[in-house]
Write a protein that binds this ligand. Structure first.
Ligand SMILES: *Cc1c(COP(=O)(O)O)cnc(C)c1O
Length: 236
């Protein structure tokens, strides 16, 4: 199969699975955004997915993304930064991405907000929670989240719209379910503590092998790479 028909078929199969999982949870499939994670793949893969109607794309490195975003300027796409954001790239990210899923401190939120104000952009951002305390992963510990949502009230240009989690990789998707449940419980807890519902509209959780479980647990954004574009040459 050609790249384009291959990607078209995979996207269509994933959209079907999203709808079935949503149905099991009695949720409206249109409340779930499929983010196609194109990291490490070239612009031809992005163009093929866009031709199949895909709008939302995820990248984990700012410079790699900016190159694709420039080439895609004529296409009506929305770009999501899903990887760790270093503070020295906050401004560039704020200018380039519609969504940033990896805010993990009030300081980083402030830098993104300032960068957005200077660039005249209005990015939507999500606060990444670290639920497993893995040394290799980023994110804010649950006890730090409330302070970040407090800081969100002072934002001028960026808008905090939810929570993201990148759980440990476990082969069995059922083993990941407790992390998805925990993120949803944290959302409820923050709502009880008075965080505005519009700041908690989204739960970004679920990847190629566990997005159906994530949808059952309330995901509104699933980040799917391998299942759309195939295996990446190198894990990163
Ligand atoms: C790479 C990546 C994904 C996609 O992973 P797949 O297993 O290829 O679907 C999702 N989220 C984050 C944060 C990633 O870095």
């Amino acid at each position: 199969m050609s790249l384009e028909s291959d990607i078209r078929a995979r996207l269509s199969s994933i959209r079907d699975k999203v709808a079935v999982a949503a149905g099991r949870a009695r949720r409206d499939p249109s409340s779930i955004t499929l983010v196609a994670v194109s990291k490490t793949f070239g612009f031809d893969a992005v163009r093929a997915a866009a031709a199949a109607g895909q709008v939302d794309f995820g990248e984990n490195r700012v410079q790699e993304a900016v190159d694709k975003i420039e080439r895609a300027a004529e296409l009506p796409l929305r770009w999501h930064l899903i990887g760790h954001l270093q503070s020295n790239k906050a401004r560039k990210a704020a200018a380039a991405f519609a969504f940033i899923h990896s805010i993990d401190s009030a300081d980083l939120l402030h830098l993104v907000d300032r960068g957005a104000a200077e660039s005249g952009t209005r990015p939507d951002v999500l606060v990444q929670a670290d639920l497993a305390g893995e040394a290799t992963k980023h994110g804010a510990r649950p006890t730090e989240l409330e302070a970040i949502f407090d800081a969100a009230r002072k934002c001028q240009a960026a808008r905090v719209v939810g929570l993201m989690v990148l759980p440990p990789f476990l082969d069995d998707p059922e083993a990941v379910r407790p992390y998805f449940r925990q993120l949803r419980a944290i959302r409820e807890d923050l709502l009880c503590k008075g965080v505005a519902p519009e700041s908690l509209a989204h739960l970004s959780m679920g990847m190629s092998h566990d997005f159906e479980v994530a949808i059952e647990e309330g995901a509104t954004m699933v980040r799917v790479g391998t299942a759309i574009f195939g295996e990446r040459a190198r894990m990163r």
